[in-house]
Design a protein around this ligand. Sequence first.
Ligand SMILES: Nc1ncnc2c1ncn2[C@@H]1O[C@H](COP(=O)(O)OP(=O)(O)OP(=O)(O)O)[C@@H](O)[C@H]1O
Ligand SMILES: [Mg+2]
Length: 226
Amino acid sequence: MAGFEKISIKDLTKSFSDTNGKRNLIFEKVSFELHSGAVLRLSGASGSGKTTFMNVMSGLIKPDSGSVLFGNIDITNLSEGKKDRFRAENIGYIFQTFNLLSPFSVIENVYAPLAFAGRLPQNYKDKALESLDKVGMKEFAAKKPYHLSVGQKQRVAVARVLFADPPLVFADEPTASLDRSSSELVKNTLLELNKKGTTLVLTSHDSIFDDVKPDIDFNLETGVLS
Ligand SMILES: Nc1ncnc2c1ncn2[C@@H]1O[C@H](COP(=O)(O)OP(=O)(O)OP(=O)(O)O)[C@@H](O)[C@H]1O
Ligand SMILES: [Mg+2]
């Protein structure tokens, strides 16, 4: 698996234009370094830009200017093909909206990203079941996403990341739809990954994460890095 020692964010700026063509600045000239294995927490009120920052940092959308370097690879400059490959090898993403593929079953959703990347391991079905088991979703393996509650979908999204086991995980409000015990489960799962070296980028309004001390906190509302 590809690896990198640090992620360097340099002068990153992102704005959106509204329907009247007015520029809405989300963040401007943000620079910091995140070492491999660290925790970055994105904080700030709803609408302040946490998801947008994750999307830019993970290469899903382009910044207006600036760079995101994984080691010496600038994800903002990669061709679409190279970027897809880089993302498949390095990045797991628990989306705020889960992004499950509705025609596929739960277990297929777990292994789909690696299948698309042509990187399915041997015994992938057993491994996918193991990942589902860790989040209490094994018995739902054959179901379709539309058979699931919101909290169950969220746990499948977590299982998908566990299965791919990438060096960098983005978790956007990963416990937003979960009850206390499932939230604990997801939190502990993410912390376990981090403990064995996975770099974690997290947004959460959930007080359950209050005791997780991030290496860097970036408040999108105030622009303050601490
Ligand atoms: N594709 C887009 N086009 C235009 N504006 C956008 C787009 N995506 C997001 N925005 C705007 O950018 C701002 C930041 O949105 P973002 O989703 O990043 O916030 P957030 O901090 O993740 O909020 P929440 O806590 O509710 O998830 C919002 O004002 C939003 O309306
Ligand atoms: Mg968001």
